[in-house]
Design a protein around this ligand. Structure first.
Ligand code: NAD
Length: 350
């Protein structure tokens, strides 16, 4: 996990979770409620100690404030991090206890899936609280797997960025996609349809072979994908892939992908700028997922989701234009724009 200095004010609330009977141990961090209830998924992971879990929750909750603000959602930022017990445990009981903790916050925190949690877990949470999303969708309502929306937002962001930074349509460009999971595979399908050439890597043979056969993608080793010669690099697997070392080895002109926290540290944004590589800030491009989750929680329809996802690409254009005009990293510009949105809401509420 990559540490990043706090940019906004410190979290509003840290709620420790400890219930030995259900093996629940973790924390809910509410970073900002300026725009609405703090929303962000529940991570279930093996942390060596609570300090590490808490640090991760604070960093992730802050990131959700930025993502939700720039996506134009009526939501603040928050996150829950639960420590995975070392021995045997009753999963149903643990997530039911987590649901009770969410309920006690009375709607200040809205949870959903994140790394290590599933729809089934959220269904248990939903037995104790209604402040949860990521459940199977009701007829005609938004909800369900958010990955297709994430992939669509990334695809449209890439099309916009390619036009702005490379002066080109996606047709004929080569895109290197790192990770062909739920989002990466869908992104590949959009790209193939748009006439792009694909180079892909994934440690899971089933996932990469399917795309090779269906889309004619060239498969490379996972250790090569960030260094192949291409027009665009699309990180769709891990965080922290853009670091001081890897940026020097990139052979692309644009980076645009779905992975969260792609920049290992803030100075990497400036390194990309120095190398003349355009960068679409991760949390702007990948907002389709939280847009879907938010619509589900607010009882909106798929049409609402589609309309909001369609605003991602124009926002990318605005960020890239402002960054180019001011000769700054798009990552820094996006952060500043998110802070402006939150500060405006704070002033309006004061
Ligand atoms: P996923 O688990 O379905 O897919 C990730 C894929 O990456 C897997 O196929 C895995 O085998 C592969 N992978 C792992 N290590 C790799 C490596 N070193 N090189 C290449 N591939 C590797 O996850 P996902 O839902 O597709 O999400 C992908 C990324 O996008 C994650 O960083 C996630 O946090 C982010 N994201 C996802 C959503 C969403 O709606 N699913 C929303 C916002 C952000």
């Amino acid at each position: 996990m990559v540490a990043r200095p706090a940019r906004l004010t410190p979290p509003l609330q840290c709620v420790p979770l400890r219930d030995p009977e259900s093996d629940l141990e973790g924390v809910i961090v509410i970073h900002s409620t300026a725009l609405g209830p703090g929303a962000g998924g529940c991570r279930f992971w093996s942390y060596p100690d609570m300090d590490r879990a808490q640090a991760d929750a604070m960093r992730l909750a802050e990131g959700m404030s930025y993502k939700n603000a720039l996506a134009g959602l009526p939501l603040g930022g928050a996150k829950a991090v639960l420590r995975k017990p070392e021995g045997a445990f009753d999963r149903t009981r643990l997530f039911r206890a987590f649901g009770r903790a969410v309920e006690e916050l009375g709607g200040r925190y809205v949870t959903a899936e994140d790394v290590g949690t599933s729809v089934a877990d959220m269904q248990e949470v939903a037995k104790a609280t209604r402040h949860v999303a990521g459940l199977p969708p009701a007829e005609g309502r938004a909800g369900g797997d958010p990955s297709p929306w994430t992939a669509l937002g990334v695809f449209e962001s890439m099309r916009e960025a390619a036009a702005f930074a490379l002066g080109s349509e996606l047709s004929g460009l080569t895109v290197a996609v790192q990770g062909t999971g739920n989002v990466g595979a869908d992104l590949c399908r959009h790209l193939a349809e748009a006439g792009a050439r694909l180079v892909i890597a994934d440690p899971d043979p089933r996932r990469r072979e399917e795309l090779r056969a269906a889309l004619g993608a060239r498969v490379v080793d996972v250790n090569e994908i960030a260094e192949v010669e291409a027009d665009v690099f699309a990180p769709c697997a891990l965080g922290g892939v853009l670091n001081r070392e890897s940026v020097g080895k990139l052979r692309v002109r644009l980076v645009c992908g779905a992975a969260n926290n792609q920049l290992a540290s803030p100075d990497v944004g400036a390194m990309l700028l120095d190398r003349g590589i355009a960068y679409v800030p991760d949390y702007v491009a990948n907002a389709g997922g939280i847009i879907s989750v938010s619509a589900e929680y607010l009882g909106e329809t798929e049409t609402d989701v589609a309309q909001r996802v369609a605003t991602i690409a124009p926002r990318v254009a605005e960020i890239l234009e402002r960054a180019a005009h001011e000769n700054r990293s798009p990552a820094a510009v996006a952060d500043e724009m998110a802070e402006e949105v939150i500060a405006r809401a704070q002033r309006a509420a004061a």
